[in-house]
Design a protein around this ligand. Structure first.
Ligand code: H79
Length: 594
């Protein structure tokens, strides 16, 4: 029964998440075959992997003919419409003499990463290894002349890191018959089958036979094949390495595990094998002028959030054209590794937590254990954890030093009193229990407490009425640097609505804030927020339209102040009139008035 709640959440947020344009759905096939691959367990337990985007674009570093390009660096050939003939010159000058396989693999190990996936060939069409299929490869077209993938695959494996290749199986901007180069070649004259037969398939066979056992073949942006052709493609490749996992972007729902959209995290728990993939700065491929690196604290928290939904985090680094990983990536990943070295048992081998998100953080689980990841320490260091009173709790302690912590129980509330601790990006507390497992239901009331400066009620926790829909909205700032925000949309009529069950831990005055995006056409409409029976009226404010290639801006609008008693309360939100969408609601924020 509870399982059904989970799976239906999945279908609402993941499987049918309308990524605005159908083409993005096709490009980012996030379905898997549903069949459990015999070798899936290492992947499920690994939790943290290193993605490496390295190619000729790394040499350009986001600059072409003196002009800077912003967005995803590996798209520069496409963005600047660089002709194949000129792009070949980049290879002629590509000489990554600083590349050191052991240093890269050691960084992954130091960071606590259990697998590595590197671009063998990205959309640009250049082969980063020694390929006999083309001379547009590392050994024939560059002064470097060596195959960096051989030593890297060995260095990774020596450290117990699963090694895999990214391969762009359809897009190939170098080949007359490859997908998506419309500036040199006429798309309507292309023979994709010929491209598959002459380049993609023979190359993937090289990768599967010359680099030892691969953990993953990471396909990206499928195209040009029917479902049946894709199945045949997979079947023939499988013969070479039955143990190798194929990512879902092989297409047509035939992969062995699910990849979400680029830089996307699901808004609730997702069963099965899956992966979120993120950039470290804003680009996959090296961009010299992109210094927007995620901090160690942000990465540690992102890893906990992804694990709390049951998935892996594949985090990218973009080495430069000399073969150097950016200093900030080295420094910050090592910091993450230090945290994992102490707290790894709360991440590796776990699955999604059974305690829904709380103002203090998120949870992961292992048999008999719930790991409570404290991402925001409350002022009084008291954690309220909703746990069914029938569950027998053996002990509660800090992961880092096994120190027991005091707790009390009152009905379905567990209250943990933490000692004074130095600041941590994520302080992990373990709850060991016997007997029944706590249930995760998204309809459990959202905890609101005056001990936090703000309490967030994410829209995934809301009930939907009428036309209301939960959608993952996808957009980019520059070019291919995708962002995703889950929102409630389509509140069009007064009978449409959403409702939150809240649980106030203490009586106080609270400010109720709506965080939303509002299209010009939706602006200046009246809405009502009901706090129990008490109405708070508001009028929507314009933030801008939702477009694929522009930021989606949100405003935080105070709906009003309410006086809450300790205990449960309900908030519902409706349009006052019928007609147009009210707004795209991202979250409800509840702030204690101090
Ligand atoms: O390798 C990274 C990306 O290059 C790759 N996936 C990750 C792991 C990726 N390939 N395609 N996409 C992501 C989706 C790209 C969509 C785009 Fe566009 C269409 C980019 C360029 C055309 C939209 C329109 C964004 C810019 C213009």
């Amino acid at each position: 029964m509870k399982k059904a709640v989970l799976v239906s959440l999945l279908s609402a947020t993941i499987l049918h998440s309308p990524l605005s344009a159908q083409t993005m759905d096709e490009m980012w096939d996030n379905r898997s075959s549903g069949k459990e691959h015999a070798n899936i367990n290492w992947f499920k337990d690994a939790k943290f992997g290193m993605f490496i985007h390295w190619g000729l674009y790394s040499k350009l570093g986001g600059e072409w003919k003196g002009k800077k390009y912003f967005g995803s660096g590996e798209w520069i050939m496409n963005q600047a419409r660089i002709p194949v003939k000129e792009y070949e010159q980049v290879a002629a000058n590509f000489n990554p003499i600083d590349f050191n396989a052991d240093e890269w693999a050691q960084l992954a190990a130091d960071a606590g990463m259990k697998y590595m996936v590197i671009t063998a060939k990205h959309h640009e069409g250049f082969s980063m290894y020694d390929s006999k299929v083309t001379s547009f490869d590392m050994t024939d077209a560059t002064p470097y002349k060596k195959d960096p993938m051989k030593p890297l695959s060995e260095a990774a494996r020596r450290r117990g890191i699963q090694f895999g290749f990214y391969y762009s199986q359809f897009q190939d901007w170098y080949e007359p018959n490859g997908g998506k180069n419309g500036w040199d070649f006429d798309e309507s004259k292309k023979n994709y089958q010929l491209y598959y037969e002459q380049k993609a398939i023979p190359q993937i066979k090289e990768l599967l036979t010359q680099y030892g056992p691969l953990g993953i073949l990471w396909f990206d942006t499928p195209g040009g094949m029917t479902k049946e052709q894709t199945q045949n493609f997979i079947d023939s490749l499988r013969l070479l390495q039955p143990g190798c996992l194929f990512s879902s972007r092989v297409g047509h729902g035939l992969g062995d595990y699910k990849d979400l959209g680029d830089s996307e995290i699901p808004s609730g728990p997702v069963p099965g094998a899956w992966e979120s993939l993120y950039t470290h700065n804003d680009s996959w491929g090296y961009i010299q002028h992109d210094l927007n690196f995620k901090t160690p604290e942000q990465i540690i928290q992102l890893l906990a959030q992804v694990a709390s939904r049951g998935g892996n985090l594949l985090l990218n680094v973009g080495p430069d054209g000399n073969g150097r990983i950016p200093e900030y990536s080295i420094k910050y990943l090592k910091e993450v590794g230090k945290w994992l070295h102490i707290n790894g048992e709360a991440i590796y081998g776990t699955t999604y937590g059974k305690i829904p998100d709380q103002p203090w953080g998120v949870s992961t689980s292992a048999p008999g254990k719930q790991f409570l990841h404290v991402l925001k320490m409350p002022d009084d260091r008291k954690l309220l954890v909703p746990v069914n009173s029938k569950i027998a709790i053996n002990k509660i302690y800090l992961v880092k030093n096994k120190q027991a912590v005091a707790f009390t129980r009152k009905g379905n509330d567990l209250i943990i009193q933490l000692p004074a601790l130095p600041h941590s990006a994520n302080e992990v507390v373990v709850m060991e229990y016997k007997g029944i497992t706590p249930d995760y239901t998204l309809s459990m009331p959202v905890t609101i407490s005056s001990r936090f400066k703000e309490n967030l009620a994410e829209v995934v926790r809301a009930g939907l009425q009428g036309n209301a829909q939960l959608k993952s909205l996808t957009y980019s700032h520059y070019y291919g640097d995708w962002k995703h925000t889950t929102c409630i949309t389509d509140l069009k009529d007064s009978t449409d609505g959403i409702s939150f069950n809240l649980r106030f831990t203490d009586a106080a005055d609270y400010r109720i804030i709506l965080e939303y995006a509002c299209d010009p056409a939706s602006a200046k409409q009246e809405g009502v927020l009901l706090f129990n029976e008490q109405p708070l009226y508001f009028r929507t404010l314009k933030t801008g339209s939702f477009e694929k290639n522009a930021p989606l801006l949100f405003i935080r609008q105070v709906a009003g102040i309410v006086s809450a008693k300790a205990g449960e309360a309900r908030i519902s939100i409706h349009p006052v009139n019928n007609g147009k969408e009210l707004f795209k609601l991202k979250s409800l924020i509840v702030e204690p008035v101090k």
